[in-house]
Design a protein around this ligand. Structure first.
Ligand code: ADP
Ligand code: MG
Length: 289
């Protein structure tokens, strides 16, 4: 009777757009007590828009956007899409480099342009004036991600990028809690933005400002604390964490790497699918027994 029950479960799963890697996954869904949710592209839509351009005093905002867009046009990050979107014909970029989880750099007309999180420019020896830090604080207080662009040794302004929480995320978090799972928001984005998103969807625990490699460590630390961890992500910077988790859930709207790393793939691109997947898997397990 066992194989039949499993087939029923996976068949219903397929109807709901839930792909299960194998029968052993069902057992993990019963054991998990914590669910780590990647912010960008999982809790939020991951489709960002440029909300504000704040140049330093004397800087032309159009030039700021144009040079930032030139470098970002070579990146696939949702932030890059937001910044590159407004420029139809950006100048060419040479020696492009993706500085994972921090930003991008490249050369435009022979001069280095750096675009990324505020700390990145300081790390690279750029002068970051107080007015730039103030503009970052303002953007972050509004729940936006502050991206700083600079060249010729100094930060030239801030591009505030806005994402949207998926309309179904708060309901999904409530359902995950009813399934006995403690939700944790995990992100490379800054703490202020992370807290704002967490509050909006009903999450109390936030791990923010982590570099891509730090996402695996965050999952390991929760496991070391005795938690059995599910992790939902889209694979942009989090495939290794999905693989490390006791139960990895990939958003089907995400990358192929995510799907390879995951135990469950959710073809429906919203968070309620994670609650459906766990509930259905647990129920399937009950039928088998
Ligand atoms: P998340 O965990 O939300 O998916 P990431 O790890 O991809 O975020 O990125 C973390 C942070 O690094 C971003 O919030 C941003 O500040 C910076 N960053 C990453 N990629 C870029 C980029 N292409 N341009 C500008 N900033 C970037
Ligand atoms: Mg991400």
């Amino acid at each position: 009777a066992t194989p039949t029950a499993l087939l029923v479960g996976t068949g219903r799963g397929a109807q709901l757009g839930i792909l299960i890697r194998g029968p052993e996954v069902l057992e993990s869904t019963r054991r998990v007590d914590t669910i780590v949710l990647d912010k960008t592209g999982t809790v939020t839509e991951g489709r960002m828009t440029l909300a504000a351009t704040v140049p330093v005093t004397g800087q032309d905002p159009a030039e700021l956007r144009r040079l930032a867009a030139a470098v970002e046009s070579a990146s696939e990050h949702p932030i890059a899409a937001a910044i590159a979107a407004g420029e139809s014909d950006p100048p060419p970029v040479a020696h492009f480099q993706n500085l994972e989880g921090r930003g991008v750099r490249g050369e435009v007309a022979g001069r280095e342009v750096v675009v990324g999180r505020p700390a990145l420019l300081a790390e690279r020896g750029y002068d970051v004036p107080a007015e730039v830090l103030e503009a970052c604080a303002t953007a972050e207080a509004e729940g936006r991600t502050a991206v700083v662009a600079g060249w010729d040794g100094a930060a030239r302004g801030v591009l505030a990028v806005a994402d949207r929480v998926r309309p179904t995320s708060a309901d999904a978090v409530a359902r995950l809690k009813r399934l006995g799972l403690h939700p944790v928001l995990l992100t490379g984005d800054n703490e202020t933005v992370a807290r704002a998103v967490a509050a909006e969807v009903g999450i109390d625990e936030v791990i923010a400002g982590v570099l891509p490699a730090g996402k695996v460590d965050a999952v390991k630390r929760l496991q070391a604390d005795g938690r059995v961890v599910a992790m939902a992500g889209d694979g942009v910077n989090d495939a290794a964490a999905l693989a490390q988790a006791d139960l990895g859930l990939a958003m089907g709207t995400g990358t192929d790497v995510a799907i390879e790393a995951a135990d469950l793939t959710l073809m429906r691109g919203d968070l309620t699918a994670t609650a459906d997947a766990i509930r259905l898997s647990r129920r399937t397990l009950t039928i088998i027994r």
